[in-house]
Design a protein around this ligand. Structure first.
Ligand code: PBG
Length: 338
């Protein structure tokens, strides 16, 4: 009779990977990547009014909040040790117009939210998205002339909006519009306004993805969007082009880079980290969150394990952190684990 153990040793030459996996203590000892609360950025949705928290159907567990409630949420996040929030406004429909002019109101919803959060919770970072889509009547990230999203005029408006966001107390400006030249223009605009210490997290590689669907429900842009965003977001087929786009943002002065969506684009995360050595963040977007929640609700996957695994995979892919709607849940989990 053949000795099976000997046969395997003949093949492996006595190298056995399973020795390091044999017990919990060995597995902990050799674990290469770890998720910590310091890796988390929590995106939140702001609505006008007071005292309101309303659910978002396609994002179970995620709410839209009025500013007073967002301040409470910011306190909770800070107490959990979450380093930063990313804020997104759901602007009143009657304030949205063709050019997104509301973004240039110093006292608009997003700037009021920033000021209130920074006043009440000064030690949490506030990252503000700057793009026209929450403010336009057509849901595009730029100014629409005929069928074209006009680049340079949009950039001018975004620079002015970024300065207003910084005036309101934003710590990091995160342009998500994918217009050409915006990073350099924002940097110059911020510096000219005395905001040298306000950083720029570039949505450097933002893909024309289906995974933003639930987000568009959250800020009520879904029904408005005319056409698609393929003339400014990157084709999901293109990795090298994404790297070239990010390289321009690095040259123009980005402090941090983002990859969006997250999980289907881990190759981009890795390539960005290798290429530039700048901090790289992945945005686990609304559709990624919704997928996990939907499968969990059907009893098809363990939602908590999926949350932990996906977030850990971002770390393995070289990310310095993750924008995730799971931020509070995972921070609580990590705190309970000790
Ligand atoms: C657009 C913007 C998008 C998201 C944040 N800012 C995409 C879009 O609506 O096209 C998506 C975030 C998510 O899906 O979680 N400036």
């Amino acid at each position: 009779m053949q000795d099976k153990t000997l046969l395997v040793d003949d093949i492996t030459g006595h190298r056995r990977m399973r020795r390091n996996r044999k017990a919990d203590w060995t597995r902990r000892l050799v674990q290469e990547n770890r998720l910590t609360v310091d890796d988390l950025i929590w995106p939140i949705f702001i609505i006008p009014g007071e005292g309101i928290i309303e659910p978002i159907a396609a994002m179970p567990g995620v709410n839209r909040m009025t500013i007073d409630k967002a301040v409470e949420a910011a306190k909770e996040a800070a107490d959990l040790g979450i380093p930063a929030l990313a804020t997104f406004p759901n602007v009143e429909m009657d304030l949205r117009d063709e050019t997104g002019s509301q973004i240039l109101e110093a006292n608009n919803l997003i700037n009021r939210a920033t000021a209130a959060i920074k006043k009440a919770v000064p030690n949490i970072g506030v990252i503000t998205d700057v793009a026209l889509d929450p403010f336009t009547s057509h849901g595009h990230d730029g100014i629409l002339r005929g069928n074209e999203i006009v680049n340079d005029e949009t950039v001018e408006q975004i620079v002015r909006a970024a300065v207003l966001q910084a005036d309101a107390g934003s710590d990091i400006i995160a342009p998500s519009d994918m217009m050409d030249g915006r990073i350099g223009a924002i940097r110059r605009g911020l510096d000219a306004a005395g905001h040298q210490s306000v950083g720029i997290m570039s949505y450097a590689t933002k893909f024309a993805s289906c995974y933003y669907g639930p987000y568009r429900e959250a800020i009520s842009t879904g029904g408005l969007l005319k056409g698609d965003k393929k003339s400014y977001y990157i084709d999901p087929a293109n990795g090298t082009e994404a790297l070239r786009d990010a390289a321009l943002d690095v040259e123009e002065g980005a402090d941090m880079l983002m990859v969006k969506p997250g999980l289907p684009y881990l190759d981009i995360c890795w390539r960005m980290k290798e290429a530039f050595g700048l901090p790289v963040f992945a945005y686990q977007v609304s559709g990624e969150y919704a997928q996990i929640k939907a499968a969990e609700a059907n009893g098809w996957i363990d939602g908590e394990r999926a949350m932990l695994e996906t977030l850990l995979c971002f770390k393995r892919a070289g990310c310095d952190g993750i924008l995730t709607y799971f931020a509070v849940d995972v921070a609580k989990y990590l705190a309970a684990k000790g």
